[in-house]
Design a protein. Structure first.
Lengths: 245, 272
């Protein structure tokens, strides 16, 4: 039985021909918004996110200040023309939730205790969307925070793991997200540190506990590639600064 | 933002004491860490609702009502009814809640309950089409908090489930293409047999617990809400800012499965 299942997985063809554990081509760059204290772009294939950090700065109104630590405030938003059917500008319930999820995904690694009474604003905009936008947004945001010099214990990496019918795959595209054959699509965006500490996980679809564990193992595996790109991007940015000096 | 307020409402000294208790596997109210409070359910709380339920989990209380009307379908689902879930945290239910536009906490409860029901395909939305591409049923699930003593999330999801089970479809005038309000058919909302239940597990220190009281929820470091029907997970959301190691997450999955069984048993007589 197991053997048969394995065969099925081998035969399974993703719509764009990728292997199950193959991410779309990624690219990352810091310094894309010169005005910001830190900024970055991150893309998975056609999904492009940019993030800009302003702060730490004074938090207004004053009654929102936390005297014990700094406040992280994320704002995720999709540009109206980032998808085929225009999105009405302004906040939606979805974008409010993703903003909060992004804060929770990032804050565990940030050392913001020492910035009491201040706020760090992270603005994330999706320029072009082809699924996995929150993951691209989180990857851009952590790079922008590092670029802004916010001290952190570690980076976090974010990736969407999917289950298409019975097949576990990494980095879902829109076409895959809309998968209808068999058991349909299950979408599991996951954010973790390189040590395997989860800071974010969500799930929509249909999955057993055993398959979910497989999905997490796959996330752990492919996260290494994302982490390598993040590190490379930041190192090169430091190198460029040194060269200019 | 509201976490700060919470801290002020549950004194640090109380929080410390809760943690000391938990470390010994004990809770203030004598429950085990994985023990859900008693669930009390009352149905038919509004004559004007298509279906309604009052759910009490200990001192926590929510009201959930179902209303239906008709509308044009969404372009991406021309032959399916629409589902809308909203939650309102009434200022009357806690000093933590204020009037005004919905805050994140309310939005999150609405969205999580929405996904627990939608992703499990509990409502057979394809059976709620009147005329493909033109007219379908809307189902509104509205959740209100009446008293907040923790775990509004699981309470809201239970309320939605029971209210849906109760709901009858209103009469529909085909000539005028209008709903006849106040008159109902004998038809219930078509539901699947798999019952999706919200199982929220909180982590405080090294302890995992279910169904927190308000004080416990205030000091919760992270939580995972899993919507499952038996062996199948349909939706999940991790909340709050604290790590969860992968092994810890696997433990959460185990607790969730046991919790599903417990809650299902408690709800059994209301679901028949």
């Amino acid at each position: 039985m197991d053997g048969e299942e394995e065969k099925m997985t081998e035969k399974f063809k993703r719509p764009d021909g990728r292997k199950p554990d193959e991410l779309r081509p990624m690219s990352a760059k810091v310094g894309v918004v010169p005005n910001a204290d830190g900024s970055a772009m991150f893309s998975f294939g056609d999904t492009i996110a940019i993030a800009a950090v302003y702060g730490p700065k004074e938090l207004h109104p004053r009654n929102q200040r936390d005297p014990e630590k700094g406040t992280l405030r994320c704002n995720y938003s999709m540009l109206s023309f980032s998808v085929s059917e225009r999105i009405r500008p302004g906040p939606s319930r979805r974008s409010m939730e993703i903003s909060k999820i992004t804060e929770w995904a990032l804050e565990p690694v940030l050392l913001i205790d020492r910035y009491e009474n201040t706020v760090i604003d992270v603005h994330i905009n999706i320029i072009q969307a082809n699924a996995s936008t929150r993951c691209a947004g989180i990857n851009a945001a952590i790079l922008a925070l590092a670029h802004a010099g916010i001290p952190m214990k570690n980076l976090v990496t974010s990736v969407s793991i999917g289950k298409l019918n019975k097949n576990i795959v990494a980095d879902l595209s829109k076409e895959e997200e809309d998968w209808e054959e068999g058991e349909g699509a299950t979408d599991i965006p996951i954010t973790m540190t390189p040590n395997g500490e989860l800071t974010h996980i969500q799930l929509d679809g249909k999955i057993t506990d055993k398959q979910l564990k497989e999905a997490i193992e796959l996330a752990r595996k492919v996260s290494k590639e994302i982490y390598a790109l993040q590190k490379k991007t930041l190192k090169e940015a430091c190198q460029n600064v040194e060269d200019e000096e | 933002m509201w976490r700060m307020k919470n801290k002020m409402l549950t004194a640090n000294i109380t929080g410390e004491r809760i943690k000391q208790y938990l470390a010994k596997g004990k809770r203030f109210d004598g429950r085990k860490l994985d023990e859900f409070r008693d669930i009390e359910i009352e149905t038919g709380i509004s004559k004007h609702a298509e279906g309604s339920a009052r759910v009490k989990i200990g001192k926590t209380e929510v009201l959930v009502g179902i209303k239906m009307d008709t509308a044009a379908p969404y372009p991406d689902s021309p032959d399916k009814g629409n589902l809308m879930v909203t939650a309102e945290l009434l200022p009357l239910s806690s000093r933590r809640f204020e009037s005004g536009p919905p805050k994140f906490e309310a939005v999150e409860i609405g969205r999580i309950v929405d996904r627990i029901i939608r992703e499990s395909k509990f409502i057979e939305l394809e059976k709620l089409c009147i005329k493909e591409g033109e007219k379908v049923w809307n189902i509104f699930i509205d959740i209100y908090s009446i008293n907040d003593d923790g775990n509004l999330l699981d309470a809201a999801a239970i309320g939605a489930l029971i209210a849906l089970k109760q709901a009858k479809i209103p009469k529909y005038d085909e000539k005028k293409e209008k709903v006849i309000y106040g008159e109902w058919t004998n038809n219930k909302i078509p539901l699947s047999k798999d019952i999706p239940i919200s199982t929220t597990i909180h982590k405080i220190g090294d302890s995992f617990l279910v169904d927190p009281t308000r004080e416990e929820e205030d000091i919760s470091e992270t939580r995972v809400t899993i919507g499952r029907s038996g062996e199948t997970i349909h939706s999940m959301q991790k909340g709050e800012k604290q790590f969860l190691k992968i092994e810890e997450f696997y433990k959460v999955l185990e607790i969730s499965e046991k919790m599903w069984r417990d809650i299902f048993k408690k709800l059994d007589k209301f679901l028949k």
